[in-house]
Write a protein that binds this ligand. Sequence first.
Ligand SMILES: *[C@@H]1O[C@H](CO)[C@@H](O)[C@H](O)[C@H]1NC(C)=O
Ligand SMILES: *[C@@H]1O[C@H](CO)[C@@H](O)[C@H](O)[C@H]1NC(C)=O
Ligand SMILES: *[C@@H]1O[C@H](CO)[C@@H](O)[C@H](O)[C@H]1NC(C)=O
Ligand SMILES: *[C@@H]1O[C@H](CO)[C@@H](O)[C@H](O)[C@H]1NC(C)=O
Ligand SMILES: *[C@@H]1O[C@H](CO)[C@@H](O)[C@H](O)[C@H]1NC(C)=O
Ligand SMILES: *[C@@H]1O[C@H](CO)[C@@H](O)[C@H](O)[C@H]1NC(C)=O
Length: 180
Amino acid sequence: MSPLPLLLLLSLLSPSISTQNPKPSPPQTLIQKTCNTTTYYDLCVSSLSDDPKSQEADIRGLSTIIVNLTATNATNTLSYMLSLATNTTNNSLKTLLRSCAAKYSNASEALRKSMHSIDEDSYDDAFVYVSAAAEYPNVCRVLFRQQPKLVYPPELMKREVALEKLCTVALDIISLLISS
Ligand SMILES: *[C@@H]1O[C@H](CO)[C@@H](O)[C@H](O)[C@H]1NC(C)=O
Ligand SMILES: *[C@@H]1O[C@H](CO)[C@@H](O)[C@H](O)[C@H]1NC(C)=O
Ligand SMILES: *[C@@H]1O[C@H](CO)[C@@H](O)[C@H](O)[C@H]1NC(C)=O
Ligand SMILES: *[C@@H]1O[C@H](CO)[C@@H](O)[C@H](O)[C@H]1NC(C)=O
Ligand SMILES: *[C@@H]1O[C@H](CO)[C@@H](O)[C@H](O)[C@H]1NC(C)=O
Ligand SMILES: *[C@@H]1O[C@H](CO)[C@@H](O)[C@H](O)[C@H]1NC(C)=O
């Protein structure tokens, strides 16, 4: 036998040898199982894993953590917009940015109400508040669209999408509470 077919034979054999004795995969954590039911698995796992409280939390606890984190995200963007508004010399843009900041403030407030609803086991209310929070960033984009001369800053677009995705994950997790 020449070496080449032998190598081929070996490379064909080796995977079948390893599959005969499969390593048991590590058990799924609750974070992974929960995030597997959401639209954005990676975002969900990385966001929840950032908070050490997630390791001990049940699904209800995970929902509070993700909603809290989403509220923080909205508040950060609100501060960013106010900073942009302060820095610009263009008064139309300044006004628009302040209106947008107010929408992100509304979003953050809705998310805090949602946390309060989870606290009271009112999961339907919690869902409605997060749905509302997800709509406010949209309003900002529409305000920009109404003034075509003003460009919607790409950084704001990025932040809008980030907040909407977090809201989607939060809604997916709250849905688990509603259906349980
Ligand atoms: C993840 O969800 C899919 C269905 O959406 C399911 O088929 C799969 O078994 C789940 N994986 C785990 C590890 O739970
Ligand atoms: C929400 O997050 C902040 C930190 O961002 C933390 O101080 C606070 O305790 C959290 N609230 C809840 C209810 O988990
Ligand atoms: C606004 O200007 C300050 C001072 O120059 C700067 O530190 C800050 O990053 C600017 N804000 C934004 C959002 O660009
Ligand atoms: C603000 O910027 C827009 C778009 O560049 C421009 O059309 C408008 O005239 C500016 N307004 C002022 C007050 O400079
Ligand atoms: C948004 O917040 C402003 C004040 O910050 C308030 O006047 C307004 O009623 C809020 N809008 C909604 C829909 O809650
Ligand atoms: C919150 O928003 C910022 C702004 O774009 C984003 O970069 C960040 O990843 C977000 N935080 C989380 C936990 O997703």
